[in-house]
Design a protein around this ligand. Structure first.
Ligand code: PMP
Length: 428
């Protein structure tokens, strides 16, 4: 326990800087899928530091690349040539699926979305944006303005005019009883209806699977159907891959690929895991969209040699070890195992997800009513037993979020599932 540090945190940092757990954890080191706190307690990390640790904690390849580069120089500026930045950009561009792609690196997902919005609004000369209900895109002024769940927005002011489209939440609401095809048709009707009332919309931004929103996933092909309508109006499609990128969903390298029938997005944003904990975000866009800005730069700080070295080493490891395949295999087993547990408890409404992006939605026993208290209690019980999980969901944080480093082994998946099973049985 570090009560003194907690008190000092509270005295000097903003009240709204949320901390997990009644007794917050000070993580002091990590290795593989495990982290340790200041008291020496070991945790199996099923949340990967909110998905920032993509491959493994203290992956030797990344640590070596970072320390070698830090020994040479930590930062220069985007004003000079940077070999690591060019190499990582080349790899990201070719993996993105966007033809003639250009890449710009930032330091966070929020900044990546900010840049994507700047590009789209400049390209289309409009500040009107379509976003999904229940979405989350970060907390800068413009990212807040488009985030669909207003409960996550610290201000109602926005430099953008945003309209919210159906399709983010499938599991509840008026469309819940529809088949996949009916759901897609209803969402397309809704989109057409909105477009009938607007003129000159710049872009639609969407997370292929909503992350903070509780790992809710639309049926495959929803964004492909949207794409047809967007094209008719010249509207750009921005895929926010901050949580879904880099093979986490197992089936696809990017989340948008579940909606690929009508081509790739015009703009893709990424962040989190690519740096394996180092602060990297970025935007990939068609060259004509990326180059529409009359700017010298947007930031001098994105793409520093150290973060780029981390990103390169991490991406090479991910590809060489087929971690997308591992996410599919181990994630598949974990989902099956958790569904078997859910079938014997009354408080789990659904276990959903793809690959190593798994949500467990909790409800009051025998009802359909979201139960954030149960989610908090399960998360606290799991922590006591040595397992870290995330929380999320549009319904008052009633979804447990599981997103471990992609090197998770079958034995670790089983160990975590057993802890969750005990925690669920204690609370429910
Ligand atoms: N987009 C999505 C989908 C996210 O989940 C997040 C962070 N949770 C962001 C953007 C913002 O990223 P960052 O925290 O790196 O600013």
């Amino acid at each position: 326990m570090t009560p003194d540090l907690h008190a000092r945190h509270r005295a000097v940092l903003p009240d709204w800087l949320a901390l997990y757990y009644d007794r917050p954890i000070e993580i002091t080191h990590g290795e593989g899928r495990h982290v340790w706190d200041a008291d020496g307690k070991q945790y199996l990390d099923f949340f990967g530091g909110i998905l920032t640790t993509m491959t493994a904690h203290a992956l030797p390849e990344v640590t070596k690349a970072v320390s070698e580069q830090a020994g040479r120089i930590i930062h220069t500026s985007t004003l000079y040539l940077n070999r690591q930045m060019v190499e990582l950009a080349e790899r990201v561009a070719s993996l993105s699926g966007i033809p003639d792609a250009r890449v710009f690196f930032t330091t966070s997902g929020t900044e990546a979305n900010d840049t994507a919005l700047l590009l789209a609004t400049a390209y289309r000369r409009s500040n009107q944006i379509l976003a999904m209900r229940n979405s989350y895109h970060g907390r800068s002024f413009s990212a807040v303005g488009i985030t669909g769940n207003r409960g996550w927005s610290p201000t109602s002011l926005s430099p953008l005019q945003t309209l919210y489209v159906h399709g983010g939440v499938r599991t509840r609401g008026p469309f819940a009883h529809l088949s996949d095809a009916e759901f897609i048709a209803a969402c397309v009707d809704d989109l057409r209806d909105i477009l009938g009332q607007t003129r000159g919309v710049a872009a639609l931004i969407a997370e292929p699977i909503q992350g903070v929103g509780g790992f809710t996933s639309p049926p495959d092909g929803l964004y492909a159907a949207f794409r047809d309508v967007l094209r008719e109006h010249g509207i750009l499609w921005i895929a926010d891959e901050v949580q879904t990128g880099w093979g986490r969903t197992g089936e696809h390298f990017w989340g948008w690929q579940a909606h690929a029938q009508n081509g790739p997005p015009d703009i893709l944003t990424f962040a989190k895991g690519i740096g394996n904990g180092m602060s990297i975000g970025g935007v990939v866009a068609r060259a004509d969209v990326m180059n529409c800005l009359d700017a010298n730069s947007i930031s001098t700080f994105g793409g520093s040699p150290v973060t780029m070295a981390a990103g390169l080493a991490n991406l090479i490891y991910l590809l060489e070890h087929d971690l997308q395949g591992n996410a599919r295999r181990v994630g598949g087993l974990l989902i099956e195992r958790l569904r078997a547990v859910a079938a014997t408890t009354e408080c789990v409404r659904e276990v959903r997800g793809r690959g190593l992006m798994i949500g467990i939605e909790l409800v009051r026993p025998g009802t359909d009513e979201a139960d954030p208290d149960a989610a908090a209690a399960v998360s606290e019980a799991a922590r006591e037993a040595g397992l870290l999980v995330g929380k999320g969901g549009g319904h008052n944080t009633s979804v447990l979020r599981i997103a471990p480093p992609l090197t998770l082994t079958v034995a670790e998946a089983e160990e975590g599932a057993a802890i969750l099973e005990r925690a669920l049985r204690t609370v429910c």
